[in-house]
Design a protein around this ligand. Structure first.
Ligand SMILES: Cc1cc2nc3c(=O)[nH]c(=O)nc-3n(C[C@H](O)[C@H](O)[C@H](O)COP(=O)(O)O)c2cc1C
Length: 229
């Protein structure tokens, strides 16, 4: 499908048919998700493709048994896992050292990333430091706390989610992103650590005639949102 047609074709579908989604369709969309831009290329995201019927049933219940989950053929849970930096940062250091990157980039991964991701218990100190320096020159004001680091991971995981949904749409199937779920239950089901955040669950299937969209796609006055300053 042409790029803008794909964007226009995507809707949040809440009723799917019984048609199975070929495995390759999901795999291709997962590959597209992994190509999303992400903070410092640390790729602190995880995609749980819930396939066991028992787990799927529990996930549907954790998604409040909403129709988008209940009628879905496939369910994917997108997770932000900042702790993955411990695995990915050494890989980035190896990569940066092997290419012609400025020395500052290597220093960033060797010094700044461990400080940011590893020393979140120093949040109050970091906050004071950033804000003191910020009085005199522009400086990034975060992340300082562990919550901020989770937020960074969540932004990247959300971008990956959109890549995933567009890739499904481009292959003629439909999706619905869901934040209507019991995060604690989803974490328990997937045995996720307390450091993670569940960004969204995404249901996949062939859109039923009824779709569950309640009508055409609604977007409000463009001027409310697009500011040319
Ligand atoms: C982060 C996020 C969470 C959402 N959670 C739900 C949900 O739990 N259940 C649902 O039916 N739709 C959910 N949606 C879908 C939105 O309702 C939908 O995107 C919006 O109404 C616009 O419709 P469209 O996607 O068809 O353009 C969610 C969308 C996003 C981006």
């Amino acid at each position: 499908m042409e790029f803008f047609d794909t964007i226009k074709a995507r809707r949040s579908i809440r009723k799917y048919t019984a048609k199975a989604v070929p495995e390759e369709v999901i795999e291709k969309a997962l590959d597209a998700a992994l190509l999303a831009p992400n903070s410092s290329n640390l790729q602190t995201w995880e995609f749980y493709w819930v396939r066991s019927p028992e787990k799927k049933q529990k996930l549907i219940e954790a998604c409040l048994s909403q129709s988008a989950a209940r009628t879905a053929q496939e369910l994917i849970v997108v997770v932000a896992n900042p702790a993955l930096w411990k695995k990915t940062n050494p890989e980035m250091i190896k990569f940066i050292a092997s290419v012609k990157a400025p020395k500052l980039v290597l220093t960033y991964y060797q010094k700044l990333v461990p400080m940011t991701y590893g020393l979140s218990f120093l949040a109050p100190l970091k906050w004071i430091l950033f804000n003191a320096i910020g009085l005199f020159r522009p400086i990034t004001r975060g992340p300082v706390s562990f919550r901020d680091i989770q937020e960074v991971s969540m932004k990247s995981a959300a971008l990956a989610s959109e890549n995933f949904m567009l890739a499904i749409s481009a292959q003629g199937f439909a999706t619905c992103p869901m934040e209507g779920f019991d995060e604690r239950r989803v974490k328990k089901l997937l045995k996720l650590s307390c450091m993670t955040r569940v960004v969204m669950a995404i249901s996949v299937g062939e859109a039923d005639e009824k779709r569950g969209t309640w009508g055409p796609q609604v977007r409000f006055n463009r001027e409310w949102f697009v500011k040319k300053v």
